[in-house]
Design a binder for this molecule. Structure first.
Ligand code: SF4
Length: 313
C-alpha cells in the first residue's frame, strides 16, 4: 500500500511491520473465541458456494435453515442444473432478491457444462460464473479451497478502516489490505475470524470494550472520527421497504409462485395500479423471474408448452 491521500483527504500512514504483526497475531489468537456457529464451515465446496450466494443479501440467521433445505434438495451442482428454475424460485422464497436464484441456476449449469459438475477453485474461474462478484469469488476460493486470498465485505471493511489504518479506505485499498494481511497458511480461518469480529464487535455501533482487538486497534489508540463511516464498501442505511418497489416485486413473486396470474391479479397482489404493475412485471420478466404466455405470467419452467396453448385456443 502507498501513503497517498485517501478519499476524504486523510493521509494513510502505513502501519509499521510491528503493528501489522501485532494485529495479525491477535486475530489469529482470537479465532476460536470469536467463531460463530455456522453450519457451512468446513463443508463441501458446493455447500460453501450455496451459503456464500445466500449470504450476499440475506442475514446468517435467515440463511441458516434455508441453506439446509436447499442443500438437501440440491446436493450437487448437477442436481440443481437438472431442476427447473420454477422449483428453485419456490425453494428460494423468503430469502429475498430472487435474481440470485436465477444466477445460481445458471452458475450450476455452467459448472456442469464447463467444470465437470464441480465448483471451480480459482478466483478467476469463480468470477466467470453468473452472480459472482469479488467478495463471493474470494470467499469461495478461500473457504472451500484454502486459496491464499483475502475477503472484503462491509464487516471486514469496518475492521480495516478502524483497527488497521484509522482512516477511510477506498475499495481498491481495502482489497489490497485484505490480500496483504491474509494468513497464507490458513486463509479460511483468518478470513472467517475477521468476518466474525466485524459481525459481532466492530458493528456500525462498535462494542469496543468487549472486542478481542481492542489492544491493537488503531482507532482506539489514536481516536478521531469514526473512519468506517466514509469508507467505501461499508453499507449505508437502506431505503424503507414498506411501500417500495422491492416490496411490490416481492409480493408479485409470491403470487406467481402460488399460481399463474394475470396482470390484474398481480396488481391486486402487489397493491399497485395497473400501470405500475405492468412496469414492475416487465422488470421481473427482464430479470428472468417470470415469463409471459398470452395474458398470463408464470414462473420460468411452469409455462405451458406452445403446442399446449394452441390446443387450448
Ligand atoms: S476495538 Fe472497536 S473499533 Fe477497534 S476493531 Fe474492535 S470493535 Fe472495531
Amino acid at each position: 500500500m502507498s501513503s497517498r491521500p485517501f478519499a476524504n483527504g486523510h493521509i494513510l500512514t502505513p502501519p509499521g511491520t510491528k503493528e501489522f504483526d501485532a494485529f495479525r497475531r491477535r486475530v489469529l489468537a482470537s479465532r476460536q473465541r470469536v467463531a460463530r456457529d455456522l453450519p457451512w464451515t468446513g463443508s463441501s465446496p458446493w455447500a460453501i458456494y450455496l451459503s456464500e450466494v445466500m449470504l450476499q443479501q440475506t442475514s446468517v440467521a435467515r440463511a441458516r435453515e434455508q441453506w439446509r433445505i436447499l442443500l438437501h434438495r440440491y446436493p450437487t451442482p448437477g442436481d440443481l442444473a437438472a431442476s427447473s428454475l420454477a422449483e428453485l424460485l419456490r425453494a428460494w422464497a423468503g430469502l429475498g432478491y430472487p435474481r440470485r436464484a436465477v444466477a445460481l441456476h445458471q452458475a450450476a449449469q455452467r459448472m456442469v457444462a464447463v467444470h465437470g459438475g464441480d465448483v471451480p477453485s480459482t478466483v478467476e474461474e469463480l468470477l466467470d460464473l453468473p452472480g459472482v462478484g469479488p467478495y463471493t469469488a474470494n470467499a469461495v476460493a478461500s473457504f472451500a479451497f484454502g486459496a491464499p486470498v483475502g475477503v472484503l465485505d462491509t464487516n471486514v471493511g469496518r475492521v480495516f478502516a478502524r483497527a488497521v489504518v484509522n482512516a477511510p479506505l477506498r475499495t481498491a485499498d481495502a482489497w489490497a489490505l485484505a490480500h496483504q494481511l491474509v494468513s497464507r497458511r490458513s486463509s479460511a480461518s483468518w478470513n472467517q475470524a475477521l468476518l466474525d469480529i466485524g459481525a459481532q464487535y466492530c458493528r456500525p455501533q462498535p462494542t469496543c470494550t468487549e472486542c478481542v482487538l481492542v489492544s491493537v486497534c488503531r482507532w482506539q489508540r489514536e481516536g478521531g472520527e469514526d473512519p468506517a463511516v466514509s469508507s467505501a464498501g461499508v453499507s449505508r442505511p437502506q431505503a424503507l421497504f414498506a411501500g417500495s418497489r422491492r416490496q411490490a416485486r416481492g409480493r408479485m413473486m409470491r403470487a406467481v409462485e402460488e399460481a399463474p396470474r394475470s396482470l390484474a391479479a398481480l396488481a391486486e397482489a402487489a397493491e399497485v395500479t395497473l400501470d405500475s404493475a405492468r412496469d414492475i412485471v416487465e422488470s421481473l420478466r427482464r430479470d428472468g423471474l417470470v415469463v409471459q404466455r398470452r395474458q398470463t405470467y408464470y414462473l420460468p419452467g411452469d409455462e405451458p408448452r406452445k403446442s399446449a396453448i394452441r390446443v387450448l385456443t
